[in-house]
Design a binder for this molecule. Structure first.
Ligand SMILES: [Zn+2]
Length: 99
């Protein structure tokens, strides 16, 4: 898995690889609540316009996507799911199997 993770010259953070031809799109939904207490467990590098986080809230896991292509960053999230499934989705994101 580590081989597919790209690191840029400028920063040591995690950068997503090119999506595989068989890549499955993640369905993204508006964030539930900005006031919700969310624990970020892992994240991709913030040097790019779009970055991703593996999150945990209310006993469930999900991915969060932040896009900074407009003046105000826009955040959305995947479906909530049991933590082990969220970790599988995160791993698939890091290997280019989902996006
Ligand atoms: Zn970076």
């Amino acid at each position: 898995m580590a081989k597919s993770l790209q690191e840029c010259d400028r920063c040591p953070g995690i950068h997503l690889p090119e999506p595989r031809p068989t890549c499955t799109p993640i369905l993204w939904y508006p964030m539930r609540s900005a006031r919700e207490r969310i624990r970020v467990q892992a994240y991709t590098c913030e040097c790019l316009h779009t970055f991703y986080e593996l999150c945990h809230a209310g006993g469930q896991g999900f991915l969060r996507r932040t896009r900074r292509t407009h003046r105000t960053p826009y955040m959305d999230e995947s479906l909530r799911m049991p933590q082990p499934r969220a970790l599988l989705m995160w791993t698939a994101l890091l290997t280019g199997d989902v996006l």
